[in-house]
Structures are given as C-alpha cells and as structure tokens.
Design a protein around this ligand. Structure first.
Ligand code: UD1
Length: 430
C-alpha cells in the first residue's frame, strides 16, 4: 500500500488534462465481447479498474493490444471461455459486465457474484432478473451465477424507477443487442456513460432507439460489426479537480472536459461562489474566498452524482455556514466523514443525511482512504488543511484516477507518494 503525503495551504493554478472515463471505458470493453472481430477504443485511461477489465477480456481469450499509448485494439473473435475468473470479479465489481455479452453471443456464461462493498450494499439482482426476463435459465450456486439460453428473446424490462441502475441498464442493453426480437428497457439510466455505450453499439450495427431517454428500444441483430470509438472524458475526475480548486482556492482550467455532463455540478459550484466559464471542451474555475454552503441531494443523471458527494462534503466542511447533504444511492457512502472529522470537520450523520457545519480551517492528520471517492475527498481536505496529511490506501485512487498526484503537482500542490510495500486489499467498485 502506498501513502500520499500532502502539505496543505497552496492554492491551485494552471491547466489539467482530463483522462478518459473509468465508468465509460468498462461498458465499451465489455461490449467488445459481442463482436466477432476487432474493436478499437481510443482515450483509454491508465487506471487499475480498466487494466483489470482488460485482464478479464484476455482471460476469456480475447486479444488485447495497445497500438498507441491510449488506443487499445481488441480482437474478440478468439474468445474461448465463458467463465469469468473469480479473482478478477473480486477485484472489481464492474467485471460483472461481461455476463450480458457472453450470454448473448455464446448462449451461456459463468460469472462469480461480486461480494460486498464498503460504500453500501451493491446487489446484482436487477441484472439477473433482467437475464431471466430475456429468457435465460439462471442458477446461482456456490457464489457463481450460471446463465444459459440458446438465444435470448427480446421483451419489455421494467427497471425500478426508485433506484435506477447504471450497471443493470448497461448489462441488459449489451445482452439485448444480439437477442431475437425487440427489447424495451423502461426506466433506463441516462448517465453519459450509458449513452456513450448506446452510441458505440449503434455504430457497431445495433438497432437502438431512445438513446439518452428513459425508454430504450433495442431490436436485436444477428451480429455486430467491427467498430472504433473514443472513450468520453471522465466527468467524475473533472468534477474532482473543480472541487479541488473550489476548496483549496485558485484558478484552474480543465482541458478535454464535457460541459454537458457536468451542468448540475457547475451550478452547485457557482452557488458556492466559484466563478466558472466554459468553452466547447474546457471549464475554468476561479475560487473566491471561503465557499458558501449549498445543500445537495444525490440523484441519477442529470442530478448530482453520488461519486462527487464526498468531494462536496469537503467543500461543506470549510463553507461559511451549514450544509445538508442527502445521499440517496449508496447506504454507506459517508465512510469518509469519520476521517474528515479527525481533520477538524464538524459532521453529524442522521439516516441518509449529513449535516456539516463549516469550519474556518481543517488540520492535517494521518487518515485512511477506504474507496476511490473517499480517497479523493481526503486529498481535497489535505490540500486545504494546515500541516502535512498522510493518506494511506492510495491504491484506491489508482483504481479510478490516472496519476492524480502528478496532475495536482502540475497545478502547484505540494503532494508526493510514498511506497510502504505492504499487501493488497479487498477492493470494491465506485
Ligand atoms: C455505477 C458507477 C458508480 C456510480 C453508480 C451510481 C460504474 C462502473 N460505476 O455503479 O461509479 O456511483 O453507478 O451512479 O459505472 N442496485 C440494486 N440491484 C442491482 C443493481 C443496483 O439494488 O442489481 C441498486 C444499488 O445498490 C444502488 C442503486 O441501485 O443503490 C444504483 O446502483 P447502480 O446504478 O447499479 O450502480 P453501479 O452500476 O454499480
């Protein structure tokens, strides 16, 4: 495990390049398994979750080769296994995405059920129910889901509107692409990563209507063709850097960021007092003094993303007043608040709400990251804290942020990484 060491108090200034989206890459890598030929994906981020998924494709028999630093060529004509190794599913829940494509293309799959997760209960029951509704025989035994169907049959799938699922929407769309007949997914997620996956499938020859709406209609085709696509910029990484500037102070411009994916977040940051200007592929944030408190409630897109709730928590911790945050998606997503409290934050959790009384300053302390976004929140807190903060659990950040300390250093932060050489931990997706 590595530690990240930050000396707080330096405002951020300059430009930072946003990498390809983690949550956008994983569905496209899984989708490549539907194609009996080559897929080329550009703008692949160099992060651990993506590398685990590439390992998964290789374990199933696909050939994966980087033909440029961020361009991956996948040949899935050589896939010779429908069993996903437990070791890879254990490392990353997103690897469950291979279930839909394997079942749809090969008529069967064996995928271990992902285990628990530190940010809350994360079942895959919507995925499994959806496979059943599409006509698959599904057995869950000894921690493994085995599904079979000579060919999936299109039908209407109702997702629960109270908890829309990004993962289930993606998995079921992938499964439906090669099914017989038409599948209609009602209450589908509309996250930009879902839309990017729909566009990829359409470019590969899938017949999809209702892209970017809550009712997606997929007419199954016999085969998908070779395709090339670029991964969209990571809106959560972009949001993290905007929050870093809003919290630590300064003037930061994001390059290769999509404004349309961040409208709600930009509105929240404006209300917190930040000056924001945007262009076609850039966003500039100028911080003006201590932020104002802004209440938020997390919600599916286009609402406020749960993945940025912890960074908003840090902003709230130093705001000029009291903030109420309501987390509606993951039941244990306040795990970062205990560590933040050790740095001087005043936070009270009541059911799904966090009541945060802003303080004029935070103080350095040894703290521990417990998931990707909690780790990002602790880095942000350490940028503004007085003194030197040591954050253990840096491997969580490596799962979702490409070179976060290098990028922050480029903006003037005093940040270094120290290897401690101790072992791997059980990880979970966010
Ligand atoms: C994805 C994102 C994650 C983000 C989350 C919510 C990826 C790789 N990860 O995770 O970063 O925080 O969306 O925007 O894209 N649920 C069930 N049963 C299911 C599936 C989900 O009850 O079968 C519940 C979950 O427990 C949660 C809610 O639905 O309360 C939303 O989860 P979901 O959208 O599926 O999250 P992920 O796809 O796992």
């Amino acid at each position: 495990m590595d530690e990240i060491i930050v000396t707080g108090g330096t405002p951020l200034a300059g430009r930072v390049q946003i990498s390809g989206s983690k949550n956008g890459t994983l569905p496209l890598l899984a989708a490549s398994l539907l194609i009996d030929g080559e897929t080329v994906l550009d703008n692949i981020p160099d992060i651990n979750d993506v590398n685990v998924m590439i390992e998964m494709l290789r374990a199933l028999g696909a050939k994966c080769e980087f033909i440029a630093p961020t361009t991956l060529k996948i040949d899935a004509s050589t896939v010779n296994s429908v069993s996903a190794p437990y070791d890879l599913v254990r490392k990353m829940r997103g690897s469950f995405y291979v279930a839909g494509p394997l079942l749809s293309r090969f008529g069967e799959c064996e995928v271990p059920l992902p285990g628990g997760c530190v940010i809350g209960s994360r079942p895959v029951d919507y995925h499994i129910e959806g496979f059943k509704v599409l006509g698959a025989q599904v057995v869950e035994r000894h921690g493994v889901m085995r599904a079979q169907a000579s060919r999936l049959k299109g039908t209407r799938i109702f997702m629960d509107p109270r908890s829309r699922s990004v993962g289930a929407t993606v998995n079921l769309m992938l499964a439906a692409s090669l099914a017989e007949g038409t599948t209609i997914v009602e209450n589908a997620s509309r996250e930009p990563e879902v839309v990017a996956c729909q566009e990829f499938l359409r470019a590969a020859g899938a017949d999809i209507e209702g892209i970017d709406t809550a009712t997606v209609r997929i007419r199954g085709v016999a085969r998908l063709g070779e395709s090339r696509a670029a991964v969209i910029p990571d809106r959560i990484e972009a949001g993290t850097f905007l929050y870093a500037a809003a919290t630590a102070g300064g003037d930061v411009t994001l390059q290769a960021a999509r404004v349309q994916d961040l409208e709600f977040v930009l509105d929240v940051l404006r209300r917190a007092g930040a000056g924001i200007t945007t262009g076609p592929d850039w966003i500039r944030l100028r911080a003006v003094g201590r932020p104002l408190p802004v209440d938020i409630m997390t919600a599916p897109f286009p609402g406020f993303p749960t993945d940025l709730q912890p960074t908003h928590g840090v902003l709230a911790a130093i705001a000029r007043g009291t903030t109420i945050i309501e987390e509606t998606i993951f039941d244990a997503r306040y795990n970062y608040t205990d560590e933040l409290t050790r740095m001087g934050a005043h936070i009270r959790i009541v059911d799904s709400a966090a009541i945060i009384k802003g303080q004029p300053r935070l103080y350095a302390a040894p703290v521990e990251a417990t998931d990707i976004r909690a780790g990002a929140a602790l880095i942000l807190a350490s940028l503004v804290a007085e003194g030197q903060t040591e954050i253990s659990g840096a491997e969580f950040l490596d799962r979702g942020y490409q070179n976060i300390e290098g990028k922050l250093k480029g903006l003037g932060a005093e940040i270094v990484r120290r290897g401690t050489g101790s072992g791997e931990r059980n990880l979970c997706l966010a």
